[in-house]
Every structure is written in structure tokens, then in C-alpha cells.
Design a protein around this ligand. Structure first.
Ligand SMILES: O=C([O-])CC(=O)C(=O)O
Ligand SMILES: [Mg+2]
Length: 387
């Protein structure tokens, strides 16, 4: 059993939206395929992966460093002891050979993207949905029903509050009961008006989360905390610079209700520092580490170990990114749910065809691997890369 090829193509996922920090007018993502020599049901097993939105495609790093490390390794060093499957942990160590610690930059995105494809291949070789494989691996019961919330509410040229309300109404109509909008890209008074109009629209049918995308300094973060305290929000997200743990801790003195952060922390060491120094509260706050940006599931398993050491339940994790990989981790390892972007980042985000959101939850279909084969627009572009 061996990996015979690793392919990458960088695809546009551009849109005219803007958060408080970046616009998405030039956003791209890497799509990768890990091609094996295993044949199942007359078809070669190919694992697929892609990186989450918000960081750009990683074609340079994948093609110049990580691909060759996998292809040049002794194939026997990449499989499990029984010789029955690829070993994601060994492949991860091979990719990370001769990489210094710390300063994660964006190599974590490149490795996370390839790691997704490796796990897809592993679960296909096992002939199981990845979430079932993960639950079996950890000796736990999978729960195919996963909480999902609708992320959107971006700043968009010409978008007024009535368009924002209409967008949120659309999410409710599609079965969501938690929605998220951006803040921090307008004045605090304007943002208050946007929040009030969304709350008026959703009433008691749903809850609202707000996301500042790391825009605020301490003073602004506190000013917003005081404003947001007037409303019953689901969470206040990514207030300041992702690595400014003291800022995060200081805000907790001004904001009792739930906060969320972590989408821009890319390693278990950074996650540990957040729990050590960020003043996050394990009874109410949420952690949003996204494996597709942060060295993949092999690293995410280490992050979950760190959480356990610090007394956090995996159910406090609701990852960023809206991809099926995190849906599988949620269903298999007991995370609290997953983000979704109903109208954005297609065909990469979202659910397999026919999966509906009912009362804010989806039910995972029983598809081998991550489940990409069940999403027709996505598997089409994947098979164009390799099959
Ligand atoms: O706008 C973005 O970069 C995405 C984001 O923060 C989120 O989904 O939480
Ligand atoms: Mg965010």
C-alpha cells in the first residue's frame, strides 16, 4: 500500500464581502488529492482536502516542500503497524521533518490541507464514514446529529440593514436557529443599529453571534463589550489580536456572557497558551480552532488533549471554517457543533446533497470517507484534479 501521487491546484473562492479586517476579493483555496494504489469497488482510493477560507491557497509550500517529503519517504514508513492502512500520524511526522518549532506562519495551512486528504483516504480504505472511524478509534459512540450555525452578515457594498435582515431571514427559513454577523467594520453606533435590526428580525426564533475578526484594541474591545451587554447574544467573537491573550483575559472582566475565539491559532501550543493566559471560561466560552488551517486532525487531537488537561470539554469546540472535515470530527469526537456559510465559499463549504438543517442540526449521511462524494458540485472539481 502506498501513496503514488500528491496533487494541488489553487482555486478562487473570491466574493465581494468584507469583515472588519480583510475583504475576500482575491481569496483562494488549495484543493489537494492524495492518490493511493488501493482499489475499492473498482475505483482507486483518492483522498481529497482543501483549506478553509480566510488564509490563501498554499500551492507553493505544498509543491515545494510537503509533497516531496511524502513521495520521497519509504512507503512502508507511512503505513500502520498492521500494514492495513495509511498512518496519518506517521505521514504528519514525515511532512514536518526538518521544520523548526513555533512561528507557525502558514505552513500549518499547507499541512492541514494535506492531512484532511490523508484522513479521507484512511476512512475510505476502512470503508467507513470518517466520523465513525474516529469514534471507533477513540472507543466512543458517534453522534451523527451535529449542531450547525449560519455565518454571514458580512459588510458588502451597498448592503443596508434591510438587506442584512433579509439575509438572516433566509437562514431561519433554511432551518438555522443561530446566526452570525460581522462587527467592527463600521462605527460602534452603526454596528449597534445593525445588531438591533437583526435582533428585531429574528426575535425569539434564533440567537445572534457577533464576530469582530480580531480588529479591536483593548479600549475598543471594552467599549463594544459594554454596548453588546445590552443584548442577549450567543457569543462575542475574536475581539482582539489572536495572540494577545492578556487582551482576551481583560475583556472577560467587562463581559459575562459567552465569548468565542481561536480560529487564528494554528497549533496545540498556541491553544494551550490561550487556555493558560486568555482568561477563557470553560463553563460558557467557545473554542474555534480549525484543523484545516492548523496542521490538520493529527494536531487537533493534540489540541483536544490539551483541552482535557485544562478541564475543558470537547463540546466547547465549535470550529471555524464550515467544512465537512470538522463535521466529521464533531460527530465522531463530541465537539459542540460546526460553523456553516450557507451562501459562501462554494463548492467547498456546506453539506452533502440532500442534507437539511432541521432545528439547527444536520444528520451526517453514511458515506465512506469525509463524505465529499455526496456533494456533486464538489466531487466534480475534486475528480478534475485526480481520480
Ligand atoms: O470572515 C472570516 O474571516 C471568517 C470568520 O471569521 C468566521 O467564519 O468566523
Ligand atoms: Mg470568525
Amino acid at each position: 500500500m502506498r501513496i503514488v501521487d500528491v496533487c494541488e491546484v489553487t482555486k478562487p473562492i473570491a466574493s465581494p464581502i468584507r469583515n472588519a479586517y480583510i475583504d475576500f476579493s482575491k481569496m483562494t483555496a488549495s484543493l489537494v488529492a492524495v492518490v493511493t494504489d488501493v482499489v475499492k469497488d473498482g475505483r482507486r482510493v483518492v483522498g481529497y482536502g482543501f483549506n478553509s477560507n480566510g488564509r490563501y491557497g498554499q500551492g507553493g509550500l505544498i509543491r515545494e516542500r510537503f509533497k516531496d517529503r511524502i513521495l520521497q519517504a519509504d512507503p512502508n514508513s507511512l503505513i500502520n503497524d498492521a500494514g492495513t492502512n495509511l498512518d496519518p500520524h506517521k505521514i504528519w511526522s514525515t511532512m514536518m521533518m526538518n521544520e523548526k518549532p513555533g512561528g507557525h506562519g502558514e505552513r500549518s495551512v499547507a499541512v492541514g490541507t494535506l492531512d484532511m486528504a490523508v484522513w479521507d483516504a484512511v476512512a475510505k480504505i476502512e470503508d467507513k464514514p470518517l466520523f465513525r472511524h474516529l469514534a471507533d478509534m477513540k472507543g466512543r459512540e458517534a453522534n451523527p446529529k451535529v449542531f450547525v450555525y449560519a455565518a454571514g452578515g458580512y459588510y458588502y457594498p451597498g448592503k443596508d440593514n434591510s438587506a442584512l435582515r433579509k439575509e438572516m431571514r433566509g437562514y431561519l427559513d433554511r432551518g438555522y436557529n443561530v446566526v452570525k454577523m460581522k462587527i467592527g467594520g463600521a462605527s460602534i453606533d452603526e454596528d449597534r443599529g445593525r445588531i438591533e435590526s437583526v435582533l428585531e428580525e429574528i426575535g425569539s426564533e434564533a440567537k445572534l453571534a457577533v464576530d469582530a475578526n480580531g480588529r479591536f484594541d483593548l479600549e475598543t474591545g471594552i467599549a463594544y463589550a459594554k454596548m453588546l451587554r445590552d443584548y442577549p447574544l450567543f457569543w462575542y467573537e475574536e475581539i482582539g489580536d489572536p495572540l494577545d491573550y492578556a487582551l482576551q483575559a481583560a475583556i472577560s472582566e467587562f463581559y459575562d456572557a459567552p465569548m468565542a475565539t481561536g480560529e487564528n491559532l494554528f497549533s496545540h501550543q498556541d491553544a494551550r497558551n490561550l487556555l493558560r493566559y486568555g482568561g477563557m471560561r470553560s463553563d460558557r466560552d467557545f473554542l474555534q480552532f480549525d484543523c484545516a488551517l492548523s496542521y490538520g486532525l493529527v494536531e487537533y487531537l493534540r489540541t483536544l488533549d490539551v483541552l482535557r488537561q485544562f478541564g475543558w470539554s470537547p463540546s466547547r469546540c465549535i470550529p471555524h471554517g464550515g467544512h465537512q472535515m470538522s463535521l466529521n470530527i464533531a460527530a465522531g469526537l463530541g465537539l459542540g457543533g460546526n460553523e456553516s456559510y450557507p451562501d459562501l465559499f462554494q463548492p467547498y463549504g456546506g453539506f452533502p446533497d440532500g442534507v437539511e438543517v432541521i432545528d439547527g442540526h444536520i444528520t451526517m449521511p453514511e458515506l465512506p470517507g469525509i463524505g465529499f462524494e455526496g456533494k456533486s458540485d464538489l466531487i466534480k472539481v475534486m475528480r478534475e484534479l485526480a481520480e
